[in-house]
Design a protein around this ligand. Sequence first.
Ligand code: FAD
Length: 545
Amino acid sequence: MTRTLIVGGNAGGASAAARLRRLDESREIVVFERTDHVSIGTCGMPYYVGETIDDIEDLLVQTPASLERRFDLDVRTGHEVLDIDPDAKRVTVAHDDRESVESYDSLILSPGAEPIVPPIDGIEACECVHTLQSLADARSIRERVEQGAERAVVVGGGYIGLEVTESLTEAGVDVSLVEMEDHVMQALDYEMAAQVNNHLREQGVDLHLNARAESVDLIDPTTVELADGTAIPADVIVLATGVRPRTDLAAAADLQIGDRGGIVVDDQLETAADDIYAIGDAIEVTDRVTGQPAHVPLAGPANKQGRTVANVIAGPPDSQERVLATAIAKVFDRTVAATGANEDALRAADIRYETSVTYSHSHASYYPGAEPMWIKVLFDPTEGDLYGAQIVGGEGVDKRIDVLATAIAFDATVFDLQELDLAYAPPYGSGKDPVNMAGFVAGNVVTGVVDVLHWDDLEDLDPDAYTLLDCRPIEERHDDGAFVNATTIPLGELRERLDELPEDSTIVPHCKAGLRSYITTRILTQHGFDATNVAGGYELYRQAK
Ligand code: FAD
């Protein structure tokens, strides 16, 4: 009987096993999982630690017994694969202090990733330090909360750190979040993430940016010391400083490991060794936009690669797709999402790009409950090919990021976004959906209908060459703040007051978010002025400063 062994029984491994069985009833399929659980809801763990999900059993999506019953799989929990002999096509497995050797016709590696533990003095000796990678980790953090932890330090402001921060805050714990960079959520560009930074502070999170946790002092109370000397007391410390591919088995078997630290596979997900495949967090993928190798530790790619590898081994022709790394997180009252490349990635790949920012409502603003969202799109400045998108808002962000991810996956341009025929009724959207609006605004930039400056261009504007023009009503300027050196002419008065503007200067209209200033820019341009709109307006600038 043909025999497939799978290392790792969670997202990728379980998905591969189930698809393989659906394709081939006669194959022997053995899943080795070193913990006691398979197919757990890993992504739900942050919500368990802070009691939003009450019962840990709710995270057990499948059990070994349910997988065995439904898919006739041989699921061996508590079994750790220790090494691979690619020539003999055998693996060595440890279980209950015993070792056995198992042979395979094909081997699928889905061992996942391991948390990166940063070099912080004293953490080895501190019992209240936890990572969050396994159910056992989740249980340990939850126990701290149940034992009355009042203060937590979360190190790392990626989506897991943010979810844990929210979850612990909602459980009544005071959270300090320590992030090395100048913004949380590195998938976002600075000015988009700045809104998340600000929102965290509004929610009472003690946010430390550009900050490095240097040591843990075990005096009572336990204290986390930052490089700048700040000392933060903590009853529980959660390290959410990223993950690295788990490659020990593969490296020991001389499989190729790439520059991003993951197992190198071809488009059939096969490693350098015959009949050994690898999937999920352990591998390197190809970034869909930049074409560069990337490590994308997300559940979507892992699950889909599980299905693909089963097809490759026993089913219809298939190959793995390049990855967009579409991600979303709930951060208190905000939904934060990104897909495709951000500015850093495009710069690193030496790809020319332009960006635009729009501020739209989740549905018709006259229908109750509409929430604003900021959408940033990144695109080719001459052809309009879409490279990436980022959204910060509330309701409806999930829908828009998925539309944009789909558009990028089908090589859409910003002009295609304008044409998308999207569902509309007042409770759900607008006649011009936020995605259409993003396309209109970006399209105007590509076609030269409007020139734009960005929030970070404004600081260095030469006052002899540029005139800032605030086109909001004066009271809005007072309420929301303004550039002190800006001339104010509200949009409604512009046509009568054109003679107040200098003809030998580039006029830089701005409003709250860029719409009124766009109209102003168009009026000025048609009256012979040189005018450049401010993408995202004063509000985006204010959030980012
Ligand atoms: P894993 O799911 O990690 O599975 C690997 C398995 O292999 C583990 O069970 C491990 O015990 C086992 N194993 C390892 N080595 C061996 C060995 N030698 N022998 C036997 N067994 C072995 N992604 C999202 O897209 N959205 C989210 O909201 C999200 N939230 C997350 C929240 C948290 C707290 C974490 C930790 C991850 C989250 N992820 C999320 C990421 C997602 O869970 C992973 O991308 C996905 O689980 C990867 O699947 P995988 O099969 O590659 O690895």
